[in-house]
Design a protein around this ligand. Structure first.
Ligand code: AMP
Length: 505
């Protein structure tokens, strides 16, 4: 059943069921259905029926969900823009998208914008007014239409808008709901940690809405205040957590992050960055009832396309964890340097083909042509990630663009990171290349120790290097080791390597 029909069905069968919780705010399925209808009616009356995207600006307010659904009910894809993004980036997205309208669930910070803005007061009026009650269902986005556009961080230059169709989204939901171990008829509570402008949030939002469950949102100030976060987690009643490994590491730093804090928790769904053996192992120790699932995928292939249940045996092996087997309607291909298919066990670029693959970047034919293009007659995306397959299991080896040459040696900085992380004293590590005159001169490592009372002086760094030398050749040993107590994270909840790069020496 279509996701919009499923939500309508929940709204008519269980009108008082809670669709979204954010702090004191609670929105029922009936309210979600009614308010999104009003937004759709308003759009039908004020915008041409031209499938032009609509920007939805805000953070974790329930209104965000009403606006997302209102847009697609009127046939317009939505562009989620989180209010924590810097205003220059917001402006790039609004201008670059050519959107004809922007809904602001909170005050929009830019005085002059390229399109009309419906501000929070006008929105409150629209939500409460009957004037635009019953939009024509024929207007709704159809299977091949674009449902949302998410702008990716993009390592350089302007952000790129990834277009995801309703078909892409359906394919994802159908695969992801059983992964979350949700039983037929269960209305789970699902934790949302990522901003709605990051596609990880698509996983929690639509798992919750597709099952008639409740999405429980954390927000930025909460995440910055562990006491508040833990109090919210303990009362959340969530059975499913969708987050980055960085989020879990931050929580694990507190000994109370355990099954006692969240008694109903049964599934961790991870995506977006490397899940270390240690993080997964610690979670299995502290949450004996929970499963830890590692998923892999880029925004361009609708959140994630592979998944694997990480059990104790996998955690205890010395090798990095696998990222999973591909979903049934997609293929993973490994491309070697000459563009041919790499044999099993050999590294190459990960290419994703099939129903999850986006139709391309919005208004960006050159960008699209560079990385999208059919393979064996199916839409495909070249990820720029390096990996290998072994009996159908995918292993992720880092970004191809994290590959550096130092004095002629090819080094994967993530390879060095994994080795540092495997050291007994280390909780987490990031390794960055340091450039001078366009060439890599050395590597620097940022390291978080498991025990904050350990030696973080030069002596401590030397001792760590000595340990590392047992595992790595000399040319891979970072010249500088800087001990930190946390890593900065970006708006997507991943480690902010750019911010760390500003501190390297
Ligand atoms: P995004 O489009 O922001 O979701 O970022 C996608 C990128 O995150 C992928 O291309 C990978 O480089 C990385 N990524 C996603 N999932 C994983 C994973 N399970 N392990 C390691 N890296 C991942």
């Amino acid at each position: 059943m279509n996701i919009l029909d499923r939500i309508d069905r929940t709204a008519s069968l269980f009108p008082d069921s809670i669709a979204h919780i954010h702090r004191e705010q609670r929105m029922t399925y009936k309210e979600l259905a009614d308010t999104s209808d009003r937004i759709a009616g308003y759009l039908a009356a004020h915008l041409e029926n031209d499938h032009s995207p609509v920007v939805v600006y805000g953070h974790k307010q329930s209104e965000m969900l009403s606006l997302f659904l209102g847009c697609v009910k009127a046939g317009h894809p939505y562009i989620p823009v989180d209010s924590s993004l810097p205003s220059g980036r917001v402006e790039d997205i609004v201008t670059g998208s050519g959107a004809h309208l922007l809904f602001a669930a909170e005050q929009f910070p830019i005085a002059t914008s390229s399109c009309p803005i419906i501000d929070p007061d006008e929105l409150a009026f629209l939500f409460g007014s009957d004037e635009y009650g019953h939009p024509d269902p024929a207007l709704r986005v159809r299977e091949e239409d674009v449902y949302y556009i998410i702008y990716t961080s993009g390592s350089t230059g302007k952000p790129k808008g990834v277009q995801i169709t309703l078909h892409n989204l359906h394919s994802f939901i159908q695969w992801a709901v059983p992964l979350a171990r949700i039983r037929e008829g269960e209305h789970p509570r699902v934790l949302n940690t990522a901003a709605f402008s990051f596609d990880l949030s698509v996983m929690d939002t639509y798992i919750a809405l597709a099952t008639g469950g409740t999405l429980v949102s954390t927000d930025k100030p909460m995440i910055a205040n562990p006491k508040e976060l833990f109090s919210a987690l303990s009362s959340s009643g969530v059975s499913v957590i969708v987050c980055t490994p960085s989020f879990a590491d931050m929580c694990l730093a507190d000994a109370s992050f355990s099954q006692d804090l969240m008694r109903d928790l049964k599934t961790f769904l991870f995506c977006g960055e490397t899940l270390s053996n240690r993080t997964a192992g610690d979670l299995l120790d502290r949450f004996p009832q929970a499963e830890v699932i590692n998923l892999y995928g880029p925004t361009e292939a609708t959140v994630s396309v592979t998944a694997v249940d990480i059990d104790r045996t996998l955690c205890d092996r010395p090798d990095p964890l696998p990222v999973g087997r591909v979903k049934p309607d997609c293929d993973i291909l490994i491309r070697d340097a000459s563009g041919g298919a790499a044999p099993d066990g050999e590294r190459g670029e990960i290419v994703i083909a099939g129903d999850s693959v986006s139709i391309g970047y919005y208004n960006n034919p050159e960008g699209t042509a560079k990385v999208f293009g059919p393979v064996n007659g199916r839409p495909a995306y070249r990820t720029g990630d390096e990996g290998y397959l072994l009996d159908g299991m995918l292993y992720y080896c880092g970004r191809l663009d994290f590959q550096v040459k130092l004095n002629g040696y090819r080094i994967e900085t993530e390879d060095v990171e994994n080795n540092i992380r495997s050291l007994h004293k280390v909780a987490n590590a990031v390794v960055l290349p340091v450039y001078a005159g366009g060439k890599v001169t050395h590597l620097s490592a940022f390291v978080i120790l498991r025990d904050s009372t350990e030696d973080t002086s030069l002596k401590g760094a030397i001792a760590l290097k000595k340990e590392l030398r047992k595992q790595l050749p000399e040319y891979m040993i970072p010249k500088h080791i800087l001990f930190v107590d946390h890593f900065p994270v970006n708006a997507n909840g991943k480690i902010d390597r750019k911010a760390l790069a500003g501190e390297v020496r």
